[in-house]
Design a protein around this ligand. Structure first.
Ligand code: T3D
Length: 259
């Protein structure tokens, strides 16, 4: 199986599972990921996703052995399998946590960058490997990189294909946190457990508002904040959050939408 999906209480863990090839992507894995995202979206009890890789790598991007001799049309068709994954990660109404356990190269790096919170093992590296083989960053690389780290660093990474160590990725703001290798998975699970007790409706609205901010002017964004705040304030978790505050106790958020 190219993908492992495990149900944990309140969240799911998805593991890219082709460790002998550093979890390089192929169409079978993309289809399995696509289905796993759909299933998570349909499961109302699933309040977070954890994405990681088996073995010593996170994902080495496209499996290059499978595209030897591929025509430009074949390569274009391939992206029909990969690009929807990026859009689905952004559209999922729950936090997607990526635990980058080792090298993240090519499309693998950009799938990680599409996630909401990226944690990386200190030994991990991020490589925009595309230019090494005469391709350009896809799977959202040209979109995420300049927005996350600015144009100068984006150009440097994409044009040189130099590996970026996890510590520097954190310092540059490409990812949320670097952790000791042995701590990574425990911390990633702990974060997902935190999200299983969070106000999921509000988190989904926050995710959407931050994404839309890239394209909106301030007026439009303020309107979106007003609409989103209204929606959040209708959720049972808002009422519970206020009650808990007044009663000086921790809130018991359910993640449910307004009836
Ligand atoms: O339609 C389209 O546009 C196409 C889509 C393209 C999207 C892309 O992702 S293009 C970019 C593809 N990825 C790469 O170019 C990265 C290639 N891999 C590497 O540069 C290096 O392997 C790494 C920097 C990722 C890791 O280096 P290292 O030294 O830690 O490991 P290694 O020894 O190179 O790799 C370990 C094994 O995995 C090795 O197999 P072996 O020799 O033990 O049998 C290696 O061949 C295999 N492997 C690594 N990456 C890939 C791969 N096999 C197939 N495809 C790979 N991408």
């Amino acid at each position: 199986m190219t993908l492992l999906v495990e149900s944990c209480p309140g969240y799911r863990r998805i593991t890219l599972n082709r460790p002998e090839r550093l979890n390089a992507l192929n169409v079978e894995m993309a289809a399995a990921l696509d289905a796993a995202f759909d299933e998570a979206a349909a499961d109302k009890t699933c309040r977070a996703l954890l994405l990681t890789g088996a073995g010593r790598g996170f994902c080495a991007g496209q499996d290059l052995t499978e595209i030897v001799g591929a025509s430009p049309a074949d390569l274009e068709r391939l992206l029909e399998h990969y690009h929807p994954l990026i859009l689905k990660i952004r559209a999922l109404p729950i936090p997607v946590v990526c635990a980058v356990n080792g090298v993240a190269a090519g499309a693998g790096a950009n799938i990680a960058l599409a996630c909401d919170i990226v944690l990386a093992a200190r030994s991990a590296t991020f490589v925009q490997a595309f230019a090494k083989i005469g391709l350009i960053p896809d799977c959202g690389g040209t979109w995420f990189l300049p927005r996350l780290i600015g144009p100068a660093r984006a150009r440097g990474l994409a044009l040189t294909a130099e590996p970026l160590p996890a510590d520097k990725a954190e310092a540059w703001g490409l990812i949320w946190k670097t952790l000791d290798d042995l701590e990574l998975m425990a911390q990633a699970h702990q974060l997902c457990v935190h999200f299983t007790a969070a106000p999921t409706v509000a988190l989904a609205l926050i995710k959407r508002a931050l994404d839309e901010a890239w394209a909106n002017d301030l007026d439009t964004q303020l309107d979106l904040e007003r609409e989103s705040q209204r929606e959040a304030s209708l959720s049972p978790d808002y009422a519970e959050g206020m009650r808990a505050f007044l009663q000086k106790r921790p809130p018991a958020f359910t993640g449910r939408r307004a009836p």
